[in-house]
Unconditional design. Sequence first.
Length: 302
Amino acid sequence: MTNILITGGSGLIGRRLTEILLERGYLVSHLGRTKGNGSVKSFIWDIDKQLVESGSLEGIDVIVHLAGAGIADAPWTMKRKREILESRTNATRLLYKELKKDKRTIKAFIAASAIGYYGFGTQDEIFTEETKPGNDFLATVTQRWEEEVDTIESLGIRVVKIRTGIVLSERGGALEEIARPVKYYVGAPLGTGNQYVSWIHIDDLCGIYCKAIADLSMSGAYNGVSPTPITNREFTKAIASTLHRPLLLPHIPGFVLKLILGEMANLVLQGSKISADKISSAGYTFKYIDIRSALSDLLEKE
Ligand SMILES: NC(=O)c1ccc[n+]([C@@H]2O[C@H](COP(=O)([O-])OP(=O)(O)OC[C@H]3O[C@@H](n4cnc5c(N)ncnc54)[C@H](OP(=O)(O)O)[C@@H]3O)[C@@H](O)[C@H]2O)c1
């Protein structure tokens, strides 16, 4: 039986991935900053002190590395920016150090990454895994994070990086934030509304993780996005239509969002059109290609 250890397994993606892996017959344990709720075996680590609870890597075949401070959970002060970066780089370095001492039974290391790697694009640009990285804050964080992840390959472990788009889930994350104003009749496209949203249904993302675990031919970076990016305006309209709400406001001006969110406003005012060709060619079949079917599945569950 394949034994999987998930770091940050208590988060949005980790919880759903755990359910799916258990359903598929995998053994799952978590590595986090605190003990879990008992649903699966859990171990703790102290990233600042570079300590991992003993036994956490014993018998593990694959590590799925999701841990990292939430990108949009708090204002981007200097301190928070450092936490966003170091929670990823230091955590990965800690795992590298542990595996360098003894790589044990571990054969694959599947790490989260983000489409933020590419920076933001114009309307016509399509970013593939070959595209050069961007140079804004998130692009820099993502490159530094991936560089740490790549060191694990030197230990003879298969490494896969999933450059994740905007994950749509009924249990929180971006969709909840975007759908809330629409639900209360104050939703509207953000800024020009023309910026691209490269989204993915959480079950497809977890499907890609499952494939990366099982498919020994996968290595390197793969974009984790649906094949159908849409504009922020189309996305907002699709949410409104799924929730049966009118869109009464024409749009929320960019400068208002910049006043409220500062630099973080770029997360919603700018976008990027990301290609899913590589993961599709690797043989992954998406369950949700059409935004309306994804939203119906997620928003009509409530
Ligand atoms: N959701 C998305 O739309 C999206 C998009 C692109 C990339 N990603 C990436 O995918 C990964 C998982 O995403 P997610 O949505 O599941 O994130 P999440 O819900 O924020 O969960 C991340 C987990 O990381 C751990 N964590 C939080 N702060 C930490 C810190 N300061 N130091 C170390 N660990 C910390 C927590 O687990 P413990 O409390 O158990 O330690 C948390 O549950 C993240 O690295 C994220 O950047 C997500």
